[in-house]
Design a protein around this ligand. Sequence first.
Ligand SMILES: [Zn+2]
Length: 307
Amino acid sequence: MLYNYEFIETKPKLNKKKVFFVVLLVLVIIALAIYSAMQLAKQQHEKQLAIQQAKQLEEARLEEQRKQEAERAREQQKREEQLAKNTNPFTEEQMQAVENIYQAQEKKRVFLTFDDGPTQAVTPYILDLLKKEEIKATFFVLGNRAKANPELIRREFEEGHYIANHGYTHKYSQIYQNNQTVIDEYNYTEQCIQEALGNPDYHSKVFRFPGGSQGGYYNAIKKEAKQYLRQNGIVSLDWNCLSKDAEGAKTKEELLQNVINTMGQKQSVVILMHDAADKILTYETLPDVIQYLRNNDYEFKTLYDIL
Ligand SMILES: [Zn+2]
């Protein structure tokens, strides 16, 4: 009996412990289940977020791609419109637009022009700067430089600048012998530009006489050649403002001051500058010139804008 009694006494004690452990186990299992469920939910959520983010990134990328394609198409369209102006002969109106370039307009305007290039030493820097500033200019190129640096001629055209003609040799005694030597240099330079562009239909039809179309020892020949060129559908263009970068100005301040002084109160300005190999100072002064022109409300134009 004693044995039995003890047995009966100990039995509930064992059950309590068991129940406790079972309950504990169940609680642990429930806790683990909840924890796992939460983890799973969290992972799901993170996965969703990652998918969403990837989607947004992809959409942004596609949007950017669309924008770039549209921009390229716009640029392509512009180049084609420009090329049409170089392909057909000038109308009388177009020639007059160049000849009357200095006439005041409703808005102040400025044409940046660079002569004697293109050169590896200066032209790429000027092109980079113009691109950054979103300014189009006009380059009066030399035939011999175009021949040496065709990729720069292509770049000038691709970036929307007007390529005009400055003759082949730049040697006054050679070019200014007579009408024919002037037009020969013009024609040969046109050929160099065409070869650089890979386009035999490109015609600049705008000539800048080395040293300017007036004055100097060869004034009489220049005057005659100017008329002769015009009869052949080629207009000449000088300038009404200059930095004197080819006349010995030695500092940025001097170059800028020359631009300011020769510009005066003119409403339509054609600035003569150079991108010859020794004209890095012209490039270095250009940001100040641009700033000055912007501060004075000038709009930057290229020959394409008036043709
Ligand atoms: Zn020149």
